[in-house]
Design a protein. Structure first.
Length: 687
């Protein structure tokens, strides 16, 4: 076949090779792709790995931080803040905007824009570090919260990764206000203050809701380095840091330059650092006792971490008055050469058991004088203990007109010797009624009574009436040889002041938990009828005789009052415990080293101290008699005038001129009349 002349054979053309730069770029792009893919995979793997071990952020909703417990007097005076971490939680709506803005400005300027991690902030911090400029923290508020709640203080890459992941997770489930509220209530401000509310009180003595702009700026500058920026440590550094915060607030648009300058120039109004030794307690003799009872009732952890609101029974007016009277008593004892260096007092309301005042020593509570003699000491009560002996006797059916012999007596001791009780005047009054024996504090009659009714029975009455110290079961107990505290004695006597009904003394009225729920309410305390109202009234009447004509005449206060003196044979202790229907007070005088005083009697300084206190304390209280329990007491006219009081069935058998009008007590033949109170002895109480 002829080929056309126009036909040309097919020629294969060779491709021109790609430029070298293109080949290099293509290889580089592929390499970058695989590197990015590898890096992404690695990062994803790291994130997946760390995500598996992250704490459960649901715990944040249930997190209960340690909170401060507050104690208040009955007039609202703050007595103490108790804490391991001084913190008062406040909701975000009680934290003013200016305070929130100060913290956001200096700690996390883009808080309301980022989602847990501020990548711009990280770059900004890195550049600032490279340029050697002022350090800027890269951790957001959310990251700081995550660290505080879930992580340790370790500085490592792994911890920073966990912190960032937790922060992003927190931002998914919580609002910005919820995050900021937790942050502001958790962070540490120095001086043992955690959270903005505690910090506001610590540094400025006010609530966070009342802070000025300058004060808010100073607080916002503290968390970065509390020990460096605290105004209590270095005021100059604190002001420099405050200036930086104000600058950041201007940069963020929260303040104008003029407002910032005015805030910086304004006085700080610092509250002043409190003494760490006393922790700023008001009325510390009472307050330290209340804290001890709080720990006993709720435990130490709840006391210092649970944020309890404790409304105590303390009356600040009476507390100040009691301290003044105790100081006066010791000064008087020194001036009169009695040789006593300490005195203590407890005052309580018998109808409620509320401890209204407690003073543990003269001169006031201090770093060098913290021993509270009102409840921590046990001293011999001397003759003031006889009240429990006589109460047991009257309640057993023995009338106050019963005649006993104040004559010499002796008792064999275990070592073969004899014990012969005597009175301080070394005399004997012969046959006398119980009323006279108590009023004149005759020792022999008290010992004979204790033998007659049984020492175990005396102990049972004393403990049920309110004595919590251990008591030794021997006849000398009738003369007050077992140590007790002033609180014990005030508690025991309050039973008689309250018509035979005992209410355990308490420093608390109401205790609430951190949510405001009442967990203890002493406004309606438990009441136990220890003796009948008739027995209590007769004892009140006999103890009125102590003040009217017996050993306690220095305790006369111009109104119905009952009481008893107490003096130990060695003059190491002197007491007066007395009461009206409205108030009970116990006073002790002595030396801490147990050295003897110079003929110090309970009817002298202690009685005068008591009278001084009671007169002022009851100045605005109407005078009234002890309530007469109709039907439980028989009132009988005495032959020489006046009246005597008896439990039904124990009144005289005849008239004044007939033989049975005054009963003599035969120790060997005495039997309580039918219907007399029966009481099983209690085991020795543990205080």
């Amino acid at each position: 076949m002829r080929r056309s002349r126009f036909h040309t054979p097919h020629v294969r053309r060779l491709k021109r090779p790609a430029p070298m730069w293109w080949r290099i770029l293509r290889v580089a792009l592929v390499a970058v792709f695989f590197v990015v893919l590898f890096a992404a995979g690695t990062i994803a793997g790291v994130i997946a790995s760390y995500s598996q071990n992250l704490p459960d952020i649901n715990r944040m909703a249930d997190y209960q931080p340690e909170r401060s417990t507050h104690l208040y007097a009955r007039d609202g005076t703050l007595l103490a803040n108790l804490y391991r971490q001084n913190r008062v939680w406040v909701p975000i709506d009680r934290i003013p905007p200016i305070v929130r803005e100060a913290f956001v400005s200096v700690e996390d300027q883009h808080f309301y824009q980022h989602h847990g991690v501020d990548f711009q902030g990280i770059i900004r911090a890195a550049l600032a570090d490279w340029r050697h400029e002022r350090f800027q923290g890269a951790s957001t508020i959310t990251q700081q919260l995550a660290r505080a709640l879930f992580l340790s203080g370790e500085v490592s890459v792994s911890r920073k990764i966990q912190e960032a992941l937790l922060a992003m997770e927190i931002e998914r489930f919580y609002t910005k206000d919820e995050i900021l509220e937790r942050y502001l209530n958790l962070i540490y401000f120095g001086s043992q203050a955690y959270g903005v509310e505690a910090a506001a009180h610590t540094y400025f003595g006010k609530s966070v809701s009342h802070l000025s702009v300058g004060q808010a700026a100073l607080l916002a500058g503290l968390p970065a380095a509390p020990s460096d920026y605290s105004p209590y440590v270095n005021l100059s550094h604190a002001k420099q840091r405050q200036a930086h915060v104000l600058e950041r607030m201007v940069a963020a648009g929260y303040l104008t330059p003029n407002q910032a300058a005015a805030a910086y120039a304004a006085p700080l109004g610092l509250a002043g650092e409190r003494s760490p030794g006393l922790q700023g307690y008001a009325y510390p003799y009472f307050t330290t006792y209340a804290i001890d009872q709080l720990e006993s009732t709720f435990g130490k952890q709840a006391t210092y971490e649970a944020g309890l609101q404790v409304y105590t029974t303390l009356d600040p007016h009476l507390q100040k008055l009691a301290q003044d009277c105790i100081n006066w008593g010791v000064e008087s004892a020194r001036a009169e050469g009695i040789g006593a260096d300490q005195e203590a007092m407890v005052a309580l309301r018998p109808s409620t058991g509320e401890i209204l005042a407690m003073v543990g020593g003269a001169g006031g509570f201090s770093l060098h004088n913290q021993f509270n003699r009102a409840w921590q000491t046990r001293r011999q009560p001397g003759s003031s203990f006889k009240v429990y002996v006589y109460t047991a006797a009257i309640d057993s059916g023995m009338p106050p007109s019963a005649i006993m012999e104040d004559t010499p007596v002796s008792y064999p001791m275990g070592d073969g010797s004899l014990w012969e009780p005597k009175d301080d005047d070394m005399s004997y009054m012969g046959a006398i009624p119980l009323r006279t024996a108590l009023a004149q504090s005759r020792n022999i009659v008290a010992v004979k009574l204790a033998q007659l009714i049984g020492v175990d029975r005396v102990i049972a009455y004393a403990q049920r009436m309110g004595v919590r110290s251990p008591l030794e079961a021997n006849l000398s107990l009738a003369l007050g040889t077992s140590g007790v505290s002033p609180l014990d004695m005030a508690s025991g006597y309050s039973t008689l002041a309250n018509q035979g009904v005992h209410i355990e003394p308490s420093p608390f009225r109401i205790v609430k938990d951190s949510l405001g729920t009442t967990i203890l309410n002493n406004r309606f305390p438990q009441q136990v009828e220890v003796v009948g109202a008739g027995t209590a009234y007769i004892m009140d009447s006999m103890m009125e005789s102590v003040i009217q004509s017996g050993t306690g005449t220095n305790a006369q206060i111009g109104r119905p009052a009952a009481g008893k003196t107490g003096t130990t044979s060695s003059y190491r202790d002197a007491w007066f415990i007395g009461f009206t229907p409205d108030l009970v007070a116990a006073v002790w005088l002595g030396n801490d080293n147990y050295s003897p005083m110079n003929e110090s009697y309970g009817g002298n300084i202690p009685a005068r101290t008591w009278a001084r206190f009671m007169t002022a304390a009851l100045a605005n209280t109407p005078k009234h008699d002890f309530p007469f329990p109709s039907g439980e007491v028989v009132k009988v006219a005495n032959c020489g005038g006046g009246y005597e009081y008896y439990l039904p069935g124990t009144e005289p058998l005849g008239t004044c001129s007939s033989p049975g009008s005054a009963r003599r007590v035969d120790i060997n033949a005495y039997q309580p009349p039918e219907g007399a109170a029966t009481l099983q002895p209690l085991p020795t109480a543990t205080p």
